[in-house]
Design a protein around this ligand. Structure first.
Ligand code: IYR
Length: 223
């Protein structure tokens, strides 16, 4: 075994305050350019970028370190077409019947509809699954804790890693997503959590003209 100690020293290098401030500002500026994209080119993504972004996602904190996530990367056209077809069935139902007028009004500025061509156009879809339980090598089932918090954080890290590598994403959540379990043949201890569309934007890509809330609206500082 590489390391049988229960505790090991933390690998941590303190930074100068000026450098911290610059890094925080630079990172905010980088993240402020992240936008959800719906117009993807078919330009392929280097495999190592997807792998490293998923490794970064896998560093997310998780309840009892159970790491209750599984990422399925779909680059196969036939599987993407199946996913698009099944997602559009749910989306048509949403736009035609399930969504309230209030919901449709909230979506109007995004210009979305039940058509999801990006599910086939983009070079990669990452289906993110949440593991309610983990089955160990002996076939024993272990309950996982805080699964939605853990997988939500991992997804945030994944989106951030892909963005900083120069790729665009769309968080897509057709509901229900049971079709992903079937198409991707995932086991019964996993639930589909989110479908992340990944690729390069087309040169003509447009995004909704929306603004982020100011700091004073999203944070309260008590000193
Ligand atoms: N899943 C649908 C609807 C949708 C819902 C929300 I809330 C959004 O922020 C965006 C879309 C769709 O993808 O069109």
């Amino acid at each position: 075994m590489a390391n049988s100690e229960a505790f090991v020293p933390l690998d941590f290098s303190p930074q100068e305050e000026v450098a911290m401030q610059q890094q925080a500002r630079d990172f905010y500026q980088l993240m402020s350019k992240r936008r959800s994209v719906r117009d993807f080119s078919d330009k392929p993504i280097p495999a190592s970028v997807l792998e490293d972004a998923i490794l970064a996602a896998g560093t997310a904190p998780s309840g009892a370190n159970m790491q209750p996530w599984h990422f399925v990367v779909v680059e196969n056209s036939a599987i993407k077409a199946k996913i698009r077809e099944a997602a559009e069935v749910e989306e048509r139902e949403l736009y035609e019947n399930r969504a309230s007028k209030e919901w449709l009004d909230a979506l109007a500025p995004l210009g979305t509809d039940a058509n999801k061509p990006f599910l086939e156009a983009a070079p990669a879809l990452i289906a993110i699954f949440l593991k309610k339980a983990t089955i160990d090598a002996e076939g024993q089932k272990h309950k996982n804790y805080y699964t939605s918090e853990s997988v939500g954080i991992a997804t945030g890290v994944l989106i951030t890693a892909l963005h900083q590598a120069g790729l665009s994403t769309l968080t897509h959540t057709p509901s229900p997503m049971k079709f992903l379990t079937e198409i991707l043949q995932r086991p019964s201890n996993e639930r589909p959590f989110l479908l992340l569309v990944v690729g390069y934007p087309t040169e003509a890509a447009l995004v909704p003209n929306i603004q982020r809330l100011p700091l004073s609206d999203i944070a309260t500082f008590l000193k």
